[in-house]
Design a binder for this molecule. Structure first.
Ligand SMILES: Nc1ncnc2c1ncn2[C@@H]1O[C@H](COP(=O)(O)OP(=O)(O)OP(=O)(O)O)[C@@H](O)[C@H]1O
Ligand SMILES: [Mg+2]
Length: 345
């Protein structure tokens, strides 16, 4: 059962360092960490900083911290925006898995967005190194997501994966273990949340935070209309009186409010299809498009993409964990790893 490089006492880790969530996977143990990519930092006298919470605990502090504590999201648009906070976060999660004083060699594979710059790649490697990893491989997120979705990526046929995350939407066509076409747009679930915040502010003069906006998106948000119109009560602060207020919003207005980020996703898919070499495009017509990532769970996004492209569209079986599982699978199989890992720089 615990074959390959991984084992019950394995020091091998797959990491999906996402804008919204960080996930760690160990073969034989499964997903060992799945927490928001958030770090809460206390700023002491003289500007000295100290990490007070990481992950879920830190996310709960967003918008609720005293002035001295800041909740930081160290990843922005899929890449490291705050190097120190990212390193601290990784160290915290790796220690959670392996204990504080683990000995031995820690191999790690980290999923990064397509098209990250050399500087960004180095930042990811260095932060994993400072967190205790000695051998580090990088894999592009759509490649990992496609492996995680069980797509036959090493065959000479076109596989299209659309990964909608918190910060980025990546469209990729993979064949023979390589990315033939990819396009990454810096839009995703976060932009949808922001669009909801702005809508509620404009329409109801109500201020709501990121967490409330996300809840609205998940509960009543959709990419394509349904027969039934859903409504939801939303609490926030009145912009004018400054006091708490409750309003009711519905699924139609929320879909309308999110149209810009949603259109950016459909545009990216359309352009991807236009630029795919014809032989591979005909494979995609047969096999369809696979959707992955938390943002792909937006209600009716599959319906919208089906209407827009006329192609079959399916959800990955593991939309949330597919990327980290796929990365772990690659690390486990040396021949696959050699084919799909990004070269050292
Ligand atoms: N049921 C749902 N409906 C709509 N959106 C959802 C749902 N569940 C999760 N999300 C959204 O998915 C996003 C997070 O997705 P995911 O965890 O795949 O992103 P990530 O990997 O951290 O980001 P990225 O890949 O861009 O770096 C968030 O914006 C979250 O609000
Ligand atoms: Mg992701």
């Amino acid at each position: 059962m615990f074959s390959g490089f991984f084992g019950l006492f394995s020091k091998d880790l797959a990491i999906d360092l996402g804008t919204s969530n960080t996930r760690l996977f160990v073969r034989g143990r499964g997903i060992v960490v799945n927490e928001p990519s958030v770090v809460a930092v206390l700023r002491g006298p003289g500007g000295k900083t100290e990490v007070v919470a990481v992950g879920r605990e830190a996310k709960d502090m967003i918008g609720r911290t005293p002035d001295s504590i800041t909740a930081i999201r160290p990843m922005k648009d899929g890449v490291i925006a705050d190097f120190d906070a990212t390193s601290e976060m990784l160290r915290h999660f790796i220690q959670k898995v392996h204990g504080k004083n683990f000995l031995g060699k820690l191999r790690a594979i980290i999923a990064v967005p397509v098209g990250v710059t050399e500087v960004e790649k180095r930042a990811v490697r260095e932060s994993a190194q400072s967190a205790g990893a000695s051998e580090i491989h990088l894999i592009e997120e759509p490649m990992a997501a496609a492996i995680g979705a069980g797509m036959p990526i090493t065959e000479p046929s076109g596989n299209m994966i659309v990964d909608v995350g918190g910060g980025t939407c990546e469209v990729a066509v993979i064949s023979l273990g390589g990315i033939v076409y990819s396009r990454s747009v810096r839009t995703g679930g976060d932009k949808m949340d922001l669009a909801i915040i702005n809508h509620v502010k404009k329409r109801y003069s109500l201020l709501v935070g990121e967490r409330t906006a996300e809840q609205i998106k998940i509960r009543v948000g959709s990419a394509y209309p349904d027969d039934e119109i859903l409504t939801m009560e939303v609490k926030g602060r009145d912009l004018i009186s400054g006091t708490p207020k409750t309003i009711e919003c519905n699924s139609d207005e929320i879909r309308e409010a999110m149209s810009e980020p949603i259109n950016a996703i459909t545009d990216a898919v359309r352009i991807g299809l236009e630029r795919t070499p014809p032989e591979l495009a005909s494979d995609i017509v047969d096999r369809g498009i696979i959707l992955s990532g938390g943002g792909s769970l937006l209600k009716n996004l599959d319906v919208l993409l089906r209407k827009e492209t006329g192609l079959p569209v399916f959800h990955s079986e593991e939309p949330i964990s597919g990327t980290v599982i796929g990365a772990g699978t690659a690390l486990d199989k040396l021949d696959l790893l050699q084919q799909v890992a990004l070269g050292n720089s």
